[in-house]
Design a protein around this ligand. Structure first.
Ligand code: NAD
Length: 290
């Protein structure tokens, strides 16, 4: 460390609350060191009310960029100077690049990380019919990115809870931003008959709800009989590493059964690339930290 940190070392950061559990400092610092980049990455516990002050401090200190986690993602999107098309549509960002003159551009790498992880498992989204379960943060990022990447149709399913209205808004935003998309709509997740019929016609099923995540580890968000070999199944949940949905998808012989940990890895890799213009040494990072 005493050899690595010097008077020129550029600071990168993570803000949000809590941040103590985050794996980002380890993977980003390891990658800086591995590629010989004179930079260091630290996590700061920042709540929504402190966000504007934190950004001002980052400008003053010439911080190179920062990641953002809950609960600051929407507040940061409001405060930065520019947003990427996906971050603009979603109204949230998780990665901000700071120019030398202090200009801040917000990006969101959750969706790109998810799509990249599918690619790693030989699943392409272009021209595919996809089902997205969920209308929260992860689901919105995935639906928007999939639309920008040229999916044929998106069917969003969610329970009629406090997140449902957000899904309705996402549908309208996607229709406006990607008018070439075949179909995008939202349905009630409890309408099992509709869910079965739509999944039977779809290529990819994505769980982006909390179903499957501890303490809901015994919950599977769809009836098991919808899982068939032609379907690719992907989960955003990575705790447990293999969710019940992924386990059942493997048992049913689905052409892909993908857990959420790869999305976490690739969203970090995408942030690293935005910060440095270089590829993260993903294989080594995966081996060391995942
Ligand atoms: P969120 O709170 O924004 O949204 C929660 C979603 O889950 C809503 O759509 C809600 O309706 C749904 N939901 C909650 N309980 C449910 C249940 N019992 N059955 C069906 N639906 C239910 O959460 P988020 O930030 O979008 O996170 C969702 C999941 O995605 C979490 O498990 C989180 O850990 C995971 N996640 C993973 C990554 C990754 O990199 N792999 C990134 C972000 C989030």
């Amino acid at each position: 460390m005493e050899k690595r940190i010097n008077g020129h070392t550029r600071l990168y950061a993570l803000i949000g609350s809590p941040v103590g559990h985050s794996g980002s400092p380890a993977m980003q610092n390891y990658s800086f060191e591995k590629l010989g980049i004179d930079a260091a990455y630290l996590a700061f516990d920042v709540n929504v009310g402190q966000t504007a002050k934190a950004l001002e401090a980052f400008r003053t200190l010439n911080v190179g960029g920062f990641n953002v986690t809950m609960p600051c993602k929407t507040e940061v999107a409001r405060l930065v100077d520019r947003l990427s098309p996906a971050a603009e549509l979603i109204g949230a960002c998780n990665t901000v690049v700071v120019e030398e003159d202090g200009t801040m551009t917000g990006h969101i790498t959750d969706g790109t990380g998810f799509v990249r992880n599918l690619k790693e498992h030989s699943v392409e989204v272009k021209d595919q019919k996809i089902v997205v379960l969920g209308t929260g943060g992860a689901a919105t990022a995935i639906a928007v990115q999939a639309a920008l990447d040229g999916v044929a149709e998106i069917a969003i399913f969610n329970r009629k809870d406090e997140f449902f209205a957000n899904g309705e808004k996402t549908v309208e935003k996607i229709k406006k931003a990607v008018p070439t998309i075949g179909k995008v709509y939202i349905e009630d997740l409890d309408n099992t008959e509709k869910l079965r019929a739509v999944i039977a016609e779809s290529d990819i099923l994505i769980n982006a709800t909390r179903a499957g995540m501890a303490p809901l580890q015994d919950v599977i968000p769809v009836p098991e009989d919808v899982l068939r070999p032609e379907l690719a199944v992907a989960d955003v949940v990575y705790n447990p590493l293999e969710t019940l949905l992924v386990k059942k998808a493997k048992e049913a012989g689905c052409r892909a059964a993908i857990g959420g940990i790869g999305m976490l890895l690739w969203q970090g890799a995408a942030a690293f690339e935005l910060f440095t213009g270089k590829e993260m040494p993903v294989e080594e990072v995966k081996e060391k930290f995942f």
